[in-house]
Ligand binder design. Structure first.
Ligand SMILES: O=C(O)CCC(=O)C(=O)O
Length: 304
């Protein structure tokens, strides 16, 4: 709550949003899915019944080339799509050089995970303009969510994350549900040995897991110490229960994978010790929805 008060300016827009969505709550208070007795039904258009028919009738969709149209159709059922060879080699190469140089000079560093460089776009015009705020990507993401996207955060990796399966929606959550979308950009070729990204096609259609679905250990005043681990155990249980099939993304440098807010994904073990796996993940919320962090029960602090 103190942190929320310290960031009052960045939360001010929530006043109108809380009113719009009937949430009777102080904008500086903690926020979680329990605050929404019922979820609002105005979820992204691609998640609504009859989405495929609406897509086919959409004028903008009709203007896309056949290849992209087919990828978008598949996004509805699979929860991800891949844009091959999207970023030119000159850009991925230059970004890798910038990350390495800034790490070397101590101008950037890894967060507590030891694997993630947080918001590198703030240090690099190239990361910002060609990757995080790439106009073509922003356009496609906004089309998919049916609302303009707000670039929220970026993560750069030099090694695979080896993170267990999870959905971004436990970390970056919205009301109505589903207004988050992410890009994963390969900055070098991915192999079965260097900790490839993995995901479970179709898992985005499962109900959103919230802190009410596992023993988070949260109290009125504190966040449970083992909440993340127990959440990931719960995800594993759901994967087994639904017999979900894992796939790995063996993308080539420059490929971009876009995933749905609720797609289960993670990082494979690194089988070749020391192998690099340079990549960048960017997360986007949509405008005009309530954005928060379910796991840590906080309203999200948007940049602008
Ligand atoms: O790149 C990876 O290995 C996983 C990244 C990820 O899970 C995420 O950013 O949510």
């Amino acid at each position: 709550m103190l942190n929320n008060l310290l960031n009052a300016r960045r939360l001010a827009q929530n006043r109108a949003l809380y009113k719009q969505y009937g949430l009777r709550k102080n904008i500086y208070s903690p926020l979680g899915s329990r605050d929404f007795a019922e979820h609002h039904t105005d979820i992204p258009w691609i998640d609504q019944p009859g989405a495929l028919e609406k897509l086919e009738q959409n004028a903008e969709f009709q203007s896309f080339d056949e290849k992209l149209k087919e990828k978008i159709r598949r996004f509805l059922t699979d929860g991800y799509l891949i844009l091959e060879n999207f970023s030119p080699e000159s850009d991925t190469e230059a970004l890798n050089r910038e990350v390495a140089a800034q790490l070397e000079a101590g101008k950037t560093g890894f967060n507590y995970t030891g694997r993630k460089i947080f918001n590198f776009f703030e240090n690099s015009a190239l990361a910002d303009e060609q990757f995080f705020r790439n106009p073509e990507l922003l356009h496609l993401l906004s089309f998919l969510l049916g609302k303009k996207v707000i670039p929220f955060q970026s993560l750069n990796f030099t090694l695979g994350s080896e993170q267990r399966a999870h959905s971004d929606s436990i970390h970056m959550t919205t009301e109505p549900q589903g207004y988050l979308i992410a890009t994963w950009i390969a900055l070098e070729d991915c192999t079965p040995e260097n900790g490839a990204l993995f995901y479970y096609p179709g898992s985005h259609r499962l109900p959103y897991i919230t802190t009410a679905d596992y023993q988070s250990g949260n109290t009125k005043f504190t966040i449970g110490e083992y909440s993340n681990r127990r959440y990931e155990d719960k995800v594993e249980e759901e994967i087994r229960r639904h017999g979900l099939q894992k796939q790995s993304f063996l993308g080539k440098r420059g490929d971009v994978l876009i995933w749905h807010a609720n797609l289960l994904h993670g990082g494979s073990p690194i089988r070749q010790p020391g192998a690099t796996r340079r990549s960048m993940v960017c997360h986007y919320f949509a405008e005009g929805v309530i954005c928060y962090h379910e796991m840590s029960q906080r309203p999200a602090l948007l940049h602008k």
